[in-house]
Every structure is written in structure tokens, then in C-alpha cells.
Design a protein around this ligand. Structure first.
Ligand code: UDX
Ligand code: UDX
Ligand code: ADP
Length: 485
């Protein structure tokens, strides 16, 4: 029986290994993590991450051929294939701070593998890493290994998106495996291909050299994020001209060369990958002397920041240029629907912007805990333009009384002046907006950062509505554009 071990039981490692175990009953899969609470949660009835369909997959094979353990070393020692799926955040200090990937966790995982391995291993890069990381990892493994132990390193980046992880894993567009072009390297590629081939059609399993696989992951995320920044840039122009961004996106996306997906204008993209991976790409370009290429990709992140700022300014300018002391209901905090993940969620910057103008926030998200929201609003933000220091979050965010976290949207709407929709949760579409309107101060505003609700229906109730990239209400058209500072 082949034994697979995965280091890192996070958003990528957990669901990916659960799917391998589910599809390959003859493979034993162990997911290990240094975080004991995380492992305990994976072994409990309440998994540490919310992901539609994940519970069923985990329950069907846990303790049969899928195990979660904090005994990292012993499981690494007796596995044939080791996936490394540890976190690779952006560096906050030192060389490349604010852009380069922090490979501390990766390096310590590699050193541990070298330390405990007594037999040959295939080591698989699963977490997104800078191009040429495999080379560094190979050096660490080979310089620290016991005599006679050989390592083959593969790059097998994960393309799943949160909220749809189980479908993405069960029916992936493609699986990508990069390896050394040597006979041993190709043997390792074939071994990993054999695992995926149990459920993925062969023509969707792409094999490449190591560097192509590593770069393809960064390139895919950069190009996806670029589409969102492109349509978000158009949304600003739509608001200025009276065009409707949904109509524009539909018309543009009908061109099969462009395609319809990933053209939804929004308050901005979030999530653990897009910004981090683009900044990482920018850094790699700079290191290779490719300044123009670095600037090109950096602009994708700058448009994303601009979009969040534009949204805050729209809220403030519509409400008579001040939200000081006004209650605002924030619907949704996660970076997208169907996840409880808040990493890089645009809601953080929007909330901090409103708190900076002394608004009182009442925040509701069906999957994000109060603790998490408070942590996100008080943790210092890294300023990648000025990497020497961490910028303290808005001081008002620290004052507890300015933020309430609620589990009842109707209660929270009472006495509110405005509503900001930050996440496109399905349940926000079917709220009783008449009931909400009745309890609010007038004029009552809705600022929809996700084009999640029908503006015309809300206008009929009496709301003044702003939807990203849609023709503006007369109310807003007559206002001078707020300066973008
Ligand atoms: C373009 C648009 O495709 C068309 O829809 C519009 O109506 C007019 O402008 P055209 O300029 O005739 O059409 O040709 P197109 O096939 O788009 O190519 C434009 C240029 O891009 C060419 O120089 C082509 O060689 C180049 N190109 C195209 C690339 O370099 N790479 C590609 O992948 C595609
Ligand atoms: C992304 C990639 O899609 C995935 O392939 C990669 O492995 C990890 O990064 P994820 O961050 O989980 O996945 O979610 P994704 O669906 O890509 O959304 C990212 C952000 O973009 C979200 O904040 C989402 O709301 C936003 N988005 C997405 C838009 O604003 N408009 C769109 O049209 C699509
Ligand atoms: P991702 O979204 O990429 O899956 P996460 O942060 O959700 O990232 O998960 C990474 C996991 O890796 C965390 O649970 C962390 O505790 C774990 N981890 C980091 N370093 C090590 C290590 N050396 N050994 C075991 N687990 C590790």
C-alpha cells in the first residue's frame, strides 16, 4: 500500500488529501500539522474550515484510509510521497519585505524531512512558492539527508478555489505536475500521475518541467486577478459614463477568445492568494531586472486598492460627506461566499476606511466569528510600499464600541443609516428588505459591493442604491466626486 503524508492541514492540504483518500481507497493518507488544535478539529465533528461538501468526504474515509495527526515526524518517516502544503505568507521583514514569499515554514518542513527520512521520498510542492524554490529545497534535502537516501522533488500546484474546493478537486480543469527531466525525475512524475489518474482523465493531467509548473501557478493567479482588476477599472468608467458593467461584461465575455468567467465587478478581490502571488511575481521580476514587467503586474494590485478606496469614498460622499456617528450595517465579511475565510478580504479595508471616518459598524457574516472579525480589524496591516514598518490599523478600530458583531441582520439594521454588502452570500438576496428599510433612518442607503441584490427592487422600497459599475441614482450623480486620498 502506498502511503502519502501531507505536511500542513490548512485550506489546501486538508481538502486535497481528503479527496485523494476518498478517490483512492488503496492509498493511506495522513495529514500532519504542528498545530494540535487544528488537528483536533479535523478529528472532530466541527472541521476547522467551512467548505461545502467537505464534511461528507472527510466522514466517509476518516480513520479508514484518511488520518489527521500531530505526530509529524513518524508519519513523514514511513511515507513514500510527502506533500508540503504549509503557509507561504508575504515576508514582512528584511530582504524583499512586502513582496517576496516567506519560505520559513517550507524550509523547516524540508529540514525535518531530511532529518527523519530513512528511505527514498518523493517530495511534492503543493503550496504556491516562488519559481526556483524546488532548487533550494532540493539543496536542503540533499545536503542534510542520510547516506543512500534519495529525494525527488515535484511541483504540483493546487488550483482549487475556496467555496468550491470539493467540486474543483473532484473534477479539476487540469492537474499540473512538474519534475526534473531525468529518468528518476520522470519516474517520480509517473508515480504521482498514477495517483491522480484514479479519477482524473489522463488528458487533463499535464506534465512539465519543474519551473514551468511553479511559474504556471503564479501566472494563473496573476491573470485571473488581472481580469477582475480589468473589469473593476471598467466599472469606474461605467459609473462615470452611464454604461452598465454587467452589460459590458456580458457582451465582452461572449467573445469566445475572452470567455464569460471572472468578469464580475466587485469591491475588489480578496483571499490568501491573488495579492500575495502577484507581489511575489513582482518581486521575482525585479530580481531578474525586469522592471517594466514588475510594474505591469503591480498595477493589478493597485487597481484593487483603488477599487476599495473608491467604494469607501462613495459611501461617505453619498451620506453628506460624513459617516461620523452613523450606524452602518455591514453584510458579509468573508472574502467571498461559501467560506469563513477572511484573509485579505476587501471588507477589512472598507470597514477600516469607514471607521476612519468615525462610523459605527454592525457586522454580520453567517460564517465568520466575532473573534476573527475583531482580530482582522485590529491587526496591523503591512504596507508593501513602505516595507520598513507595519502600519497600525485605524485607531478607531481598536475602540470596541464602534464595532458590533451580530447574528441577526434585522436587529442590526435597526437605526442604521446605510447597508454595505461586502460578500455575495445567497441569503442576502432573500432578506426582507422592506422590513429592514422600515427599521432604518431615512434616507436609507444600500451600497452593494458585489452586485448581489436587485437595485430596482430596492429603489421601489425607497432605498438610495449604489451598485458597482451600474448607472448611478440621481442622488449620487449630482454629488462632486470625492477626492481619492
Ligand atoms: C482585432 C480583434 O480581434 C477584432 O475582434 C476586432 O474587430 C478588430 O481588431 P485584428 O486586429 O484583425 O482583429 O486581428 P487579431 O487576430 O485580433 O490580431 C491582432 C494582433 O494581435 C495581430 O498582430 C496578432 O498577430 C496579435 N496576436 C493575436 C498575438 O500576438 N497573440 C495572440 O494570441 C493573438
Ligand atoms: C484563487 C484561484 O481561483 C484558485 O485557482 C487558486 O488556487 C487560489 O486563488 P480563491 O482565492 O479561493 O482562489 O477564490 P476566487 O474564486 O479566485 O476569488 C478570489 C477573489 O476574487 C474573491 O474575493 C472573489 O470575490 C473575487 N472575484 C472573483 C471577483 O471580484 N470577481 C470575479 O469575477 C471573480
Ligand atoms: P493554505 O491556505 O495554503 O492551505 P494554511 O495557513 O491554511 O495555508 O495552512 C498551512 C498549515 O501548515 C497550517 O495549519 C500550519 O500550522 C501548518 N504548518 C506550517 N509549518 C509546518 C510544519 N513545519 N510542520 C507541520 N505543519 C506546518
Amino acid at each position: 500500500m502506498v502511503k502519502i503524508c501531507c505536511i500542513g492541514a490548512g485550506y489546501v492540504g486538508g481538502p486535497t488529501m481528503a479527496m485523494i483518500a476518498y478517490k483512492c481507497p488503496d492509498i493511506q493518507v495522513v495529514v500532519v500539522d504542528i498545530s494540535v488544535p487544528r488537528i483536533n478539529a479535523w478529528n472532530s465533528d466541527r472541521l476547522p474550515i467551512f467548505e461545502p461538501g467537505l464534511d461528507e468526504v472527510v466522514k466517509s474515509c476518516r480513520n479508514t484510509n484518511l488520518f489527521f495527526s500531530s505526530d509529524v515526524e513518524s508519519h513523514i518517516a514511513d511515507s513514500d510521497i510527502i506533500f508540503v502544503s504549509v503557509n507561504t505568507p508575504t515576508k514582512t521583514r528584511g530582504l524583499g519585505a512586502g513582496k517576496a514569499a516567506d519560505l520559513t515554514y517550507w524550509e523547516s518542513a524540508a529540514r525535518m524531512i531530511a532529518d527523519v527520512a530513512k528511505s527514498d521520498k518523493i517530495v511534492v510542492e503543493k503550496s504556491t512558492v516562488p519559481v526556483k524554490t524546488a532548487e533550494a529545497i532540493e539543496k536542503i534535502l540533499n545536503h542534510n539527508s542520510r547516506d543512500g537516501v534519495n529525494f525527488q522533488i515535484l511541483s504540483n500546484p493546487e488550483f482549487l478555489a475556496e467555496g468550491t474546493a470539493i467540486d474543483d478537486l473532484a473534477d479539476p480543469d487540469r492537474v499540473l505536475i512538474g519534475g526534473r527531466q531525468t529518468p528518476e525525475g520522470q519516474k517520480a512524475v509517473a508515480a504521482l500521475k498514477g495517483v491522480y489518474a484514479k479519477w482524473v482523465p489522463e488528458d487533463r493531467i499535464i506534465t512539465t518541467n519543474l519551473w514551468s509548473a511553479e511559474l504556471s501557478k503564479l501566472a494563473a493567479n496573476a491573470i485571473l486577478a488581472q481580469r477582475i482588476s480589468s473589469i473593476n477599472a471598467m466599472s469606474a468608467l461605467c459609473e462615470a459614463t452611464g454604461a452598465n458593467v454587467s452589460e459590458v461584461a456580458y457582451a465582452v465575455g461572449k467573445d469566445t477568445r475572452i470567455g464569460p468567467k471572472f468578469l464580475s465587478a466587485s469591491v475588489g478581490f480578496g483571499g490568501s492568494c491573488f495579492q500575495k502571488d502577484i507581489l511575489n511575481l513582482v518581486y521575482i521580476c525585479e530580481c531578474n531586472g525586469l522592471t517594466e514587467v514588475a510594474n505591469y503586474w503591480r498595477q493589478v494590485v493597485q487597481i484593487n486598492d483603488y477599487q476599495k478606496l473608491r467604494f469607501v469614498n462613495r459611501v461617505v460622499s453619498s451620506m453628506f460627506n460624513t459617516v461620523s456617528g452613523k450606524k452602518i450595517l455591514v453584510l458579509g465579511f468573508a472574502f467571498k461566499k461559501d467560506t469563513g475565510d477572511t484573509r485579505e478580504t476587501p471588507a477589512i479595508d472598507v470597514c477600516l476606511g469607514l471607521l476612519g471616518d468615525k462610523a459605527k459598524l454592525s457586522i454580520y457574516d453567517p460564517q465568520v466569528s466575532e473573534d476573527q472579525i475583531r482580530r482582522d480589524l485590529t491587526t496591523s496591516k503591512f504596507d508593501w510600499d513602505h516595507p520598513q514598518h507595519l502600519v497600525p490599523s485605524s485607531p478607531t478600530a481598536k475602540s470596541k464600541e464602534m464595532v458590533t458583531v451580530t447574528w441577526d441582520a434585522y436587529e442590526a439594521a435597526k437605526g442604521a443609516h446605510g447597508i454595505c454588502i461586502m460578500t455575495e452570500w445567497d441569503e442576502f438576496k432573500s432578506l426582507d428588505y422592506q422590513r429592514i428599510y422600515d427599521g432604518m433612518e431615512k434616507p436609507a442607503f444600500v451600497f452593494d459591493g458585489r452586485n448581489a441584490v436587485n437595485p430596482d427592487e430596492l429603489r421601489k422600497i425607497g432605498f438610495i442604491v449604489y451598485s458597482i459599475g451600474k448607472p448611478l441614482d440621481a442622488w449620487m450623480k449630482d454629488l462632486p466626486a470625492a477626492p481619492l486620498t
